[in-house]
Design a protein around this ligand. Sequence first.
Ligand code: FE2
Length: 396
Amino acid sequence: MLKHLLYRGYTNGLKVAASVVPFPKPTLFSGSGSVNELCQAIADLGFTRLLLVTDVGLVDLGVADQVKENAQALGLNVFMFSDVKPDPTYDQIESGLSAYLDAQCDAILALGGGSAMDCAKVIAARVTNKRPIKKLAGLFRVWRTPAPLFVIPTTSGTGSEVTIAAVVSDPVTHLKTPLIDPKLVPMMAALDANLLISLPAKVTADTGIDALTHAVEAYISRNATQETQAYSIAAIKLIFKYLPLAVGQGSDVEARHKMAMASYYAGMAFTKASLGYVHAFAHSLGAKYGLPHGMANGLALLPVLRFSLPEIEPQLKTLSEALCADDETDASAEDFISKLDVLYQAVGIEQTTSALNGSDTQELVGLILKEAHWNYPVPKFMNEVECAQLLAKIRT
Ligand SMILES: [Fe+2]
């Protein structure tokens, strides 16, 4: 079909771009005490006035003050911007920009999950790019190097600490707008498991499934490379082993650390190999019904993988083999889906939801296919009828 050739041409172009455009990696500090190491590095680099971009939940838990005090003890002036809400909107970013300019900051430190990191990325971009956010959205439109950005993730899923993307929402339409540019990669990141142990079990499960979806969609992407597939497999193995532990025993520091690394590896995979239909479903369901991103990914992942067979059979077989115990020798694509099913049950992820309204199907189909076909190198194209059938499978 001509349309499919156009989509393929566009996503092939993205693969070429990913192979020639340099993708920076953040300098990584990991393990207990890495937040202090990051703060010390910021001070050593000569920055003196930090905007701490975070949310009120982390302020209430005392985590934001703890980080602020650590940074202040190293001589840094810290100005708190704690107005980040889930799915940050343009107006939140403009408020953060005003806070940065009013305090005459010279760098930004993001503390939080994907919303805080994405909000901070776009504030940093706006500091140096005097154009409205809408004009920064899309591919390679952040022309000037953003303000220096440092991040401390407090969830293990988004991968935003390493990716070239930031997703922000239009406050009127609630549609999510991605900004995609290598200049958005933070300079440095600290993965400190001590900040993750208070994450509730449900959020741990949802964000872990988001990381898993990043790794799987990157693995089956037509733009995957040997390098991105290695990162995907590393992430998937860690998630299968440690997500149930992190959900069941939140204070397990080793499990928390491994999940932080898994999220980072999955981010390394998808920032180059891109994503697929599962994320197109998740973004549309999130925008329409406010479903948490990881939960929405969980709803769509298995049906999309089943739909994508037999095209992705070799890839799923390899993933299944990677998860085999030493005494197992044979594994199939269907085995991998069965293993996902078992993981879902272990961490309490739902495969259907009552949130979907059947009368919204046509609108959702349009949003999903538009996002997927013009952005993601999907291994098998889905038509409108197939997309509607898949929505029906996840609706109770
Ligand atoms: Fe995601």
